[in-house]
Design a protein around this ligand. Structure first.
Ligand code: IMP
Length: 215
């Protein structure tokens, strides 16, 4: 049984500016006083989970425990079929240089692995972005919402409007990458819409239905 979240203070348990921008945009119409873990100076918890759900829970619980407020976390990544679901929960790790994150390097690593397999046709380059949102309530109760956006990977990268791996991902039904779409196009959803496009907006739509009463 999900619980209704009334507008008030809500912590977004993320230090990722791209995610923060997108979730702020999605939750904007609902009148919450949104604070982010990064802006509050909360430490970034280590993620040791083997599933998006475990990692989302770790982040939401850490932010909830530090603030006493309900906290919403996003754990996400890209799963490439030909790479048996990699990088998956390690999507951010593939960009780690030891001195920050380099997503061009991470996208090139994925491309090199696909080329090593001879995967040049879009059908051999299937991938899905996955996002799991976890809402942690102050009493420790957690709820999960999963969204997936299927598509394929292209090379070279195109567009600089998004973040992370957006420039190499073309969602099904489109011919432009997420990196070539505005945030509104990438979400493909506003409250009340039947469909959403991005993994994050698909997960958010479920959250909005269950916790915010959006029909
Ligand atoms: P984590 O959830 O903090 O482990 O990191 C997820 C990583 O997946 C991010 O650092 C991004 O590189 C990537 N990612 C997740 N969602 C998106 C998206 O919407 N566009 C592009 N990259 C994404």
């Amino acid at each position: 049984m999900t619980r209704r979240l009334e507008p008030g203070r809500l912590v977004l348990a993320t230090h990722n500016d791209g995610k923060l921008r997108e979730i702020r945009g999605l939750i904007g119409p609902f009148g919450f006083d949104v604070l982010s873990a990064g802006e509050l100076g909360l430490p970034e918890p280590e993620e040791h989970g083997t599933t998006f759900e475990e990692n989302a829970r770790t982040k939401a619980m850490a932010a909830m425990q530090a603030t006493g407020l309900p906290a919403l976390a996003d754990d996400s990544g890209i799963c490439v079929d030909a790479l048996e679901g990699a990088p998956g929960v390690h999507t951010a790790d593939w960009a780690e240089t030891g001195n920050g994150r380099d997503f061009m390097m991470a996208m090139r690593t994925v491309e090199e692995r696909l080329r090593a397999l001879g995967a040049t046709d879009p059908a051999e380059r299937r991938a899905a972005f996955v996002a799991v949102l976890c809402l942690a309530w102050p009493d420790g109760h957690c709820e999960f919402f999963r969204g997936e956006a299927p598509g394929h990977l292209i090379w070279p990268p195109r567009g600089d409007l998004g973040f992370g791996y957006d420039p190499v991902f073309v969602p099904d039904g489109h011919d432009r990458t997420f990196g070539e779409m505005s945030a509104a196009e990438k979400h493909g959803w506003t409250p009340g819409d039947a469909e959403a496009l991005s993994h994050r907006a698909r997960a958010f739509k479920l959250f909005a239905h269950d916790c915010l009463g959006v029909t």
